[in-house]
Structures are given as C-alpha cells and as structure tokens.
Design a protein around this ligand. Structure first.
Ligand code: PGA
Length: 263
C-alpha cells in the first residue's frame, strides 16, 4: 500500500522568529497515525523549524523548497544539496513557481533530483500543465514531457529507493482558489504512472506516491483522497493555517487507516 503524504509548502512566508512556533502548532494539531507529514519552510527558517520539531514532534519531517543543481561554485544566493545536511531530509524540486520565476528547465530539474538523492534528501518532483495546455487537451502530454525531461537516465530502483514522491500541480490551480476535480487529478496521477512505465519503470511506477497540489483546503481534500490513485497533497496557502492543516491531515488519516497504514 502506498504511503500517504501531506507536505506543507510555506513558500516565501514566515521568519526565523515565528516559524518554529507555527511548526509546533501545526505538528500538535496533525498527529495522525500512518500519515507522513513534511513541512517545507524558507531556507532561513529550516533550523528554527527543525529545532522546534525535534523537541516536540520528531515525526514531522523538514524539507527545503528547492536545491541547486550544482554542488558548489559561483552561484550567488543559491543553496546546494550538501548544505542542507542536518537541516532538511526532504526537498521540493521543479515547483512551477521556480520554473516560471527562475526559468528552471526539465534538464536542470533532473540534475536537482540527482543532487537531492546523492545527499539523501527525499525529493518531491512537481509537474503540471498550464491552463491553455489543459484547454487544448494536452495536460498528460505536457506532464509526460516534464517527466521525461527530468527523469530520463534516473535508475528506477535507486530513485524509488530514495523515496521519490511526485506532485501533480496544475499551474492554473496554484494559489488561485480554483482546484482540479478529484476525477481529473486521479486521471493525471494515472497518466503520470503510465509515463513512468514508458520510461522503463513498469514494475515500480505503482509504488511512487502521487500527491495533488493546487488550492487544497480542508474542504476539498476529500475529493482528492477519495481517489485511490492520489496519495496525499502538497499544500501551499492553507499550510500556513493550523486549522486547515488539522482538517487536511485528519482526512489523510482516514485514507491511511483504509490502506492499513495506521499503527
Ligand atoms: P496552493 O499552492 O495550495 O497555495 O495553491 C500549492 C503549491 O504551490 O504547492
């Protein structure tokens, strides 16, 4: 049975002064057996969040929101995978806001994936189509291209061994309050696993957790987690709100119990 994951992407919110307290509050309100919880604060808050959770709830993992594709060098303002040692155990790669704002390419995202795994970070690889692409009926083609660009050459055994998670995040649903339907998200999760099959992952594609992301709230999470192909959520805006996170993780707990994952 695939793992159930709820990952919080805090984006460019919180400071080292307040992030620890928010993490502690969210952790205490989301204790749900069988659900893997991850909080991804800004780089400068990783230490504060890690310290707050280590005292309180070491079951909540800490993740970075990005990592550079080189190990070291003249890259002003960037952070490499080895620098995250002791600060994070997960990392988001290929988020659409980085593709858009930093011009990240699939090839670079593939290298980030490699660096993350070399540094023993669990990657959450984000893929998803633009609105016009969905309207043209090209959503699964776009995601297939993104996966091919980022994953070609990655050894399936090594990558699943490092606990790869894929987040399907339609760009038009991120931060817009307009979420995909559960049925559409599930069809895309199936398309993602079919793409992995096409990349030579036939016997491993079913093991990869696929999350949905894009305007997830406690009110709509049930539509996604009611779909057997969907294994959790990558939550942006709502992840800064303890009440929302409590509702989202409580719903994830129902799925975890139904899958026999809860202890
Ligand atoms: P959102 O962001 O929940 O605010 O739409 C999701 C994401 O960007 O991961």
């Amino acid at each position: 049975m695939r793992e159930v994951v709820v990952a919080a992407n805090w984006k460019m919110h919180t400071t080292p002064a307040d992030a620890g307290e928010l993490a502690r509050t969210i952790a205490s309100r989301t204790r749900e057996s069988g659900v893997t919880r991850v909080i991804c604060p800004p780089y400068v808050c990783l230490a504060a969040v890690g310290a707050a959770l280590a005292d309180d709830d070491p079951d909540v993992a800490v993740g970075a929101q990005n990592v550079h594709h080189e190990l070291a060098g003249a890259y002003t303002g960037e952070i490499s995978a080895p620098m995250l040692a002791g600060l994070a155990t997960w990392v988001i790669v290929g988020h659409s806001e980085r593709r858009r704002d930093a011009g990240e390419t699939d090839e670079q995202i593939g290298r980030k994936l490699e660096r993350a795994m070399d540094a023993d970070l669990r990657p959450i690889l984000c893929v998803g189509e633009q609105l016009e692409e969905r309207e043209r009926g090209e959503a699964s083609e776009v995601v297939d291209r993104q996966l091919r660009g980022a994953m070609a050459g990655h050894d399936p055994a090594r990558t699943t061994g490092h606990g790869l998670v894929i987040a399907y995040e339609p760009v038009w649903a991120i931060g817009t309050g307009r979420n995909a339907t559960g049925t559409d998200a599930a069809a895309m999760a199936d398309a993602i696993r079919a793409s992995l099959g096409g990349l030579g992952w036939a016997d491993r594609a079913d093991d990869v957790p696929v999350l949905y992301g894009g305007s997830v709230t406690s009110g709509n999470i049930g539509a996604f987690l009611g779909e057997p192909s969907i294994d959790g959520a990558l939550v942006g805006g709502a992840s800064l709100k303890p009440d929302e996170m409590a509702g989202i993780v409580a719903r994830a707990g129902i799925t975890a119990r139904a899958r026999g994952l809860a202890g």
